[in-house]
Design a binder for this molecule. Structure first.
Ligand SMILES: *Cc1c(COP(=O)(O)O)cnc(C)c1O
Length: 403
């Protein structure tokens, strides 16, 4: 290979590209090449954006909303976000405490660019969403993982948390329901987090992107309901990508203390300027229109989840926590590590996932991408037929292993 003239930033060299997007791209490429691939690696709903939302996006273009907008987003959309918080949760936010950004991922990116200094530590419960550690690293911070136990349904253990906290801890991620595990944090765990955060002045970053996709009875526990005094040290991250099947529109939003939002607006003003104007009007229609769509998706997801979990648990050696939210199952395949196929040993989740892709033509995401190597993630945002066929192939592939 020839010597490259331009060297790359250390900051970029230390982070991997998003493995979920990479696997999804590989699965799509194999499919395009004629392979019969069943794709469980996708992290988006298998629904189209609701019609009235699409219409609002088209109308915005016809109405001439094709120019720059205010950096934190159009005022109407920030007001609509405040209205949703008030109606859905009883929380009081003003538009100065809201930033609209280019997808939820971008909101998280802005938060850490705005508040981290080199060496600042951020606590990340694992399994975590793939992008959390790189986002912290790209802002000069140090990700510190807090392992969660499958035997505790991936709830946060206050003792493990206390053991990972240091004097340089600045923030902690909460993601409930979680991607990849689908688990929900208990009130007990949230109380422990709240106590430590209040004592030590941590920022709580609560990624609520799956709040509308829960299978539990009653209200989803939330850190701000458990401890309202945390409002000045909490950023809520949400968006329309999952709740309204709008991943391609790229609209997310953050709510937090006004001075932090102002700093995030500075970052946004020097990078993307603002999210796409027509997308903002579409998101406005989503937040102010009928709110039944997430429920419709949930009804479709529920029987798929039930089948998937039951079928996985019927496999010798496999365990799978029943997800209380989101649209992923996260089974433990570690009992099969050490077994071989055609003389090649499967050592970890990357080997397992590659084996499923090559031999079963089933695309999944290895748990190592989420910081938990015993597991593999499958999305059930796909049809029941695909799930049934996929499970049949997975069982056959596992039965073919030796040793
Ligand atoms: C999908 C997702 C997001 C937001 O994704 P965007 O497409 O950037 O809006 C944020 N957090 C988690 C855990 C997700 O799965």
């Amino acid at each position: 290979m020839s010597q490259e003239i331009i060297t790359l930033a250390d900051r970029v060299l230390q982070v991997p590209p998003s493995p979920t997007l990479a696997i999804n791209a590989k699965a799509k490429a194999l499919k395009a090449a004629g392979e019969d691939i069943l794709n469980f690696s996708v992290g988006e709903p298998d629904f189209d954006t609701p019609q009235h939302v699409c219409e609002a996006g088209k109308q915005a273009i016809d109405d001439g909303h094709t120019r720059y907008t205010a950096v934190p987003g159009i005022p109407e959309l920030r007001e609509a976000v405040c209205m949703r918080f008030k109606e859905d949760h009883g929380w009081n936010y003003t538009p100065e405490e809201i930033q609209v950004c280019c997808g939820g991922k971008h909101g998280l990116y802005n938060i850490f660019q705005a508040m981290l200094n080199p060496g600042d530590e951020v606590l990340i419960p694992a399994p975590y969403w793939v992008s959390y550690p790189p986002m912290v690293q790209l802002a000069g911070g140090v990700p510190v993982t807090v392992p969660l136990d499958e035997s505790m349904d991936f709830d946060l253990n206050p003792e493990t948390l206390a053991a990972k906290a240091t004097d340089t801890t600045r923030a902690i991620f909460l993601n409930s329901p979680s991607n990849p595990s689908g688990s929900i944090l208990s009130i007990t765990a949230l109380k422990a987090v709240a106590k430590m955060a209040l004592e030590r002045g941590w920022l709580i970053v609560t990624d609520d992107i799956y709040e509308t996709v829960t299978y539990m009875d009653g209200k989803l526990p939330h850190i701000l309901d458990v401890e309202p005094a945390l409002k000045e040290q909490t950023v809520i991250l949400n968006g329309v990508s999952k709740s309204f099947a709008m991943t391609g529109w790229r609209i997310g939003y953050s709510a937090g203390p006004a001075h932090l939002i102002k700093a995030m607006n500075k970052v946004q003003s020097q990078s993307t300027s603002n999210p796409a104007a027509p997308s903002q009007y579409a998101a406005l229609a989503a937040l102010t229109g009928p709110q039944d769509f997430p429920g419709v998706m949930k009804e479709a997801f529920l029987p798929r989840r039930d089948f998937f979990v039951k079928d996985l648990e019927s496999i010798e050696g496999v365990t799978c926590v029943n997800p209380s939210g989101a649209f992923y199952v996260f089974p433990n395949f570690s009992a099969y590590y050490g077994k071989s196929f055609n003389g090649t040993e499967l050592k970890n989740s990357a080997d397992m996932s590659a084996y499923f892709l090559n031999e079963a033509k089933v695309a999944s995401v290895p748990g190592v991408a989420f910081g938990s190597d015993d597991f593999v993630r499958f999305s059930f945002a796909t049809s029941m037929e695909v799930i049934q066929e996929g499970m049949a192939r997975i069982k056959k592939a596992l039965a073919a292993l030796e040793g």
